[in-house]
Design a protein around this ligand. Structure first.
Ligand code: 5AD
Ligand code: SF4
Length: 479
């Protein structure tokens, strides 16, 4: 058993899956007597939850770890742990590059952390717990070594107490040639609907109004149980019945699995957000083929039109990789064209980065120069930003329902006692809205009238209700 007075600092980078993993690990450590602190200086245990999706993310982590060399020299009693995708990908390499690290834990082994800590603190030396590689055994055995870690929830570790992530699927079997995730997070496995629904109930009882279902290809969700198979549409129907929940979102979608049945279910369930993040990655068939994405632009457009027909209110967003192996100017212009045709709500744009262990690293040449990648990144971002702004402008004058999250970054710096601060929240379509309000409004659903916009934000004010003055001059509208 670990002593009762230990402190932990955790630094999380990467995707929502990592944010959720950190919440889970902290909940577990709290049950083992740890308390959370905000700075590494105060901590007995320093945990780094890492990302491998691009080289830059890894380099940042190695540089942060490098800075701990002196800390460890001065305080050898502190324990340093590296968890997340980089731990699974680099394994022993982390000990070589940062010899003062005490433990390395892959995302499929997070349950092992308390035991590993006991071993480190009792002098058994460095500890490593990683899952099997994709080729290290039968699929079922490899899958079993990637365990989903979803113990008791800890509302205090969430960005806000009324919003929560809920994992419904781990791993990925799509094997896009550029992507490291099928290796680091292992085979695709859907959690059982019973587990998911019971966790959602707990979250609702803890005050969650909005849950975001997480999976690498969340709309491919499937689970076979004794009562038959549940798909994403079936799962949404079950979650929709939970009292207390007001909004259900889900990320990230895979274009090929955006079926009419799923879209109709989203349309028919008012709590389900019609916000669909469906990464296209490229507008060129030749590039998509080299990426092994499994669809053509004609397929993507067919899906997009299906969304427009069934869910005309939906907002759709995308990811693009620029400068993938062999991408010509002509290919790139097709990505520009796709953004112009689909008019995404927003797009995340990434410059291709070679990832060891992927098919692209083995078989394709990273032949687009760095400057060309950067220029294409800027160009695509400018096109997307212009479109986002134009489409946001159409919302000026409209009233939107906003789940208020809290003070905006700008307001966070202002006086804590200030009565009016800039608050921020999101619409059901995931549009960010800011307005002048007060801190007590966090967690409320409010009607906001939109006065102005930028490409990323709607700027509004709390909707005022017109009061008919009935011949009493000077009666101001109430809010
Ligand atoms: N290089 C650049 N971007 C990548 N992504 C995934 N792998 C790579 C890579 N090797 C992007 C994809 C994905 C998003 C999460 O990260 O666009 O959708
Ligand atoms: Fe990576 Fe492709 Fe799986 Fe997304 S679908 S996690 S890009 S392999």
């Amino acid at each position: 058993m670990i002593s009762m007075t230990k402190t932990v600092y955790i630094k999380t980078v990467g995707c929502q899956m990592n944010v959720l993993d950190s919440e889970m690990v902290i909940a577990d450590l709290k049950r083992h007597g740890y308390t959370v602190v905000d700075t590494p200086g105060e901590a007995d245990l320093l945990l780094y939850n890492t990302c491998s999706i691009r080289e830059q993310a890894e380099e940042k982590t190695y540089s942060a770890l490098g800075k701990l060399k002196e800390t460890k020299a001065r305080h050898p009693e502190k324990t340093i742990g590296v968890m997340g995708c980089m731990a699974q990908k680099d394994q022993e390499t982390i000990f070589r590059r940062a010899p003062f690290v005490d433990m390395v834990v892959g995302p499929g082994q997070l349950h092992a952390i308390p035991d590993m800590l006991t071993k480190v603190t009792s002098g058994e030396g460095r500890q490593i717990a990683v899952s099997l590689g994709r080729k290290d055994g039968k699929q079922t055995v490899v899958a079993r070594s990637h365990e989903t870690f979803d113990p008791l929830r800890d509302p205090t570790m969430r960005p806000t107490p009324f919003q929560a992530y809920l994992r419904i699927q781990i791993g990925c079997d799509k094997f896009c040639t550029y992507c490291v995730v099928p290796n680091t997070r292992g085979p695709e496995q859907g959690r059982s609907p019973e587990e998911i629904v019971s966790e959602a109930r707990v979250l609702a009882e803890q005050g969650a109004l909005e849950i975001t279902l997480l999976g690498q290809t969340v709309n491919s969700y499937r689970h076979r149980g004794p009562d038959g198979e549940t798909d994403m549409a079936g799962l949404l129907e079950r979650l929709h019945d939970i009292d207390g929940l007001k909004r259900i979102k889900f990320v990230t979608n895979y274009p090929k699995d955006m079926t009419a049945r799923l879209l109709e279910t989203i349309r028919d369930l008012p709590k389900v957000s019609p916000y669909l993040h469906v990464p296209a990655q490229s507008g060129s068939d030749a590039v998509l083929k080299r990426m092994k994405r499994g669809y053509t632009i004609a397929d993507y457009m067919e899906m997009f039109e299906r969304i427009e027909t069934i869910l005309p209110e939906a907002s759709v967003s995308s990811d693009f990789i620029v400068g993938f192996c062999g991408e010509t100017d002509e290919d790139f212009q097709k990505s520009v064209k796709l953004i112009e045709r689909c008019r995404f709500k927003n797009s995340f744009i990434f410059q291709y980065s070679v990832r060891e262990g992927t098919k692209a690293a083995a078989n394709l040449i990273d032949d687009v120069p760095r400057e060309v990648k950067a220029a294409r990144n800027n160009e695509l971002l400018a096109v997307q930003d212009r479109i986002s702004k134009e489409d946001n402008q159409k919302l000026i004058g409209d009233t939107v329902e906003v789940l208020v999250e809290g003070p905006s970054k700008k307001a966070d710096k202002s006086d804590l006692d200030a009565p009016i601060v800039q608050m921020t929240g999101r619409t059901i379509c995931d549009r960010i809205v800011v307005f002048d309000g007060n801190r007590r409004q966090a967690g409320q659903l409010m009607d906001i009238q939109i006065d102005d916009v930028s490409s990323h934000t709607l700027i509004g004010r709390v909707k005022t209700v017109e009061v008919v003055s009935l011949g009493m001059p000077g009666l101001a509208p109430s809010s």
